[in-house]
Design a protein around this ligand. Structure first.
Ligand SMILES: [Zn+2]
Length: 270
């Protein structure tokens, strides 16, 4: 078979996935801004956070509008945070990476859904130190669909795939974190070390990834969190007592596990 047409189709699909990621990223910006304030993410339509002017289509084209307006509002000239641009591009790249790994498949669709939610969690927890229950529930709803799908067609992220793999996934990593939180509460009397949001976040992650990759996600996120904390302490960016949100590390850890989990577990590092 001639490989060239296939490659072109894959290139085209990859570009489409990237553009879709930019658009979803644009919507995630709205979610990240509004959910912590308990505002609706649908209405009112997007407004400038400075002057409140309702934004039109030409102000809302992902990436392009930001560049053409040079990061300022068309109406009041207020600076627009480069974070909006960053989140759009990041979502685009996350989408492409998932597509390159799993191709056109149910697995890709499932992971795009999961990581759209987790990207919102990443930035909301980073800024506000909370993981909204609504996002966890949305994740669980998607996880339930994956569970049902897995009853008929083996979901390839579960290796091996059994009907109960996502059920163990739900309680494995979240159960360990819950136990740690309980010990911290009972022995050390600190209730800030491990938030219940982190425990809950591992419920949908376990449903999507199964228990093996969920536990690996936990391990990687603890490693990433530990290393980052040490670096920040040494650089005196944070003080010993100040809390660092764990959610962003869970998101990063589960992303690594979802893409390369079994290569890491089986040491397939060729
Ligand atoms: Zn404005």
């Amino acid at each position: 078979m001639n490989g060239a047409p296939l490659t072109e189709i894959h290139m085209f699909a990859g570009i489409c996935v990237f553009l879709l990621g930019l658009c979803i990223g644009s919507f995630l910006n709205v979610c990240i801004y509004r959910i912590p304030m308990e505002k609706s993410i649908i209405s009112p339509p997007s407004q400038c956070t400075g002057c409140g002017t309702r934004l039109t289509f030409r102000d809302l084209i992902p990436v392009l509008s930001y560049i053409m307006l040079r990061g300022r509002c068309r109406y009041c000239n207020a600076r627009i945070s480069p974070r909006y641009l960053l989140i759009e591009l990041l979502t685009g790249f996350v989408y492409v990476i998932v597509y390159l790994r799993y191709g056109i498949s149910v697995e890709t669709l499932a992971l795009l859904y999961l990581f759209s939610i987790l990207l919102a969690v990443f930035f909301i927890d980073l800024e506000h130190m909370i993981i909204p229950n609504g996002l966890v529930l949305l994740g669980m709803a998607g996880g339930a669909l994956v569970m049902v799908y897995n009853l008929f067609v083996p979901f390839s992220l579960y290796q091996p795939s059994r009907w109960y793999t996502p059920l163990i996934g739900m309680v494995s990593a979240s159960g360990i974190l819950f136990a740690i939180a309980l010990v911290g509460l009972l022995i050390y009397r600190n209730d800030g070390a491990m938030g219940m949001g982190d425990v809950k976040l591992f419920i949908p992650i376990g449903m999507f990834l199964g228990w093996k990759l969920a536990l690996l996600s936990l391990f990687i996120s603890v490693m990433l969190g530990g290393i980052t904390s040490i670096v920040l302490l040494v650089l005196k960016v944070v003080k010993r007592k100040s809390a660092i949100p764990f959610g962003p590390f869970i998101v990063a850890g589960s992303f690594i596990a979802a893409l390369a989990g079994y290569d890491i577990l089986f040491l397939r590092l060729y």
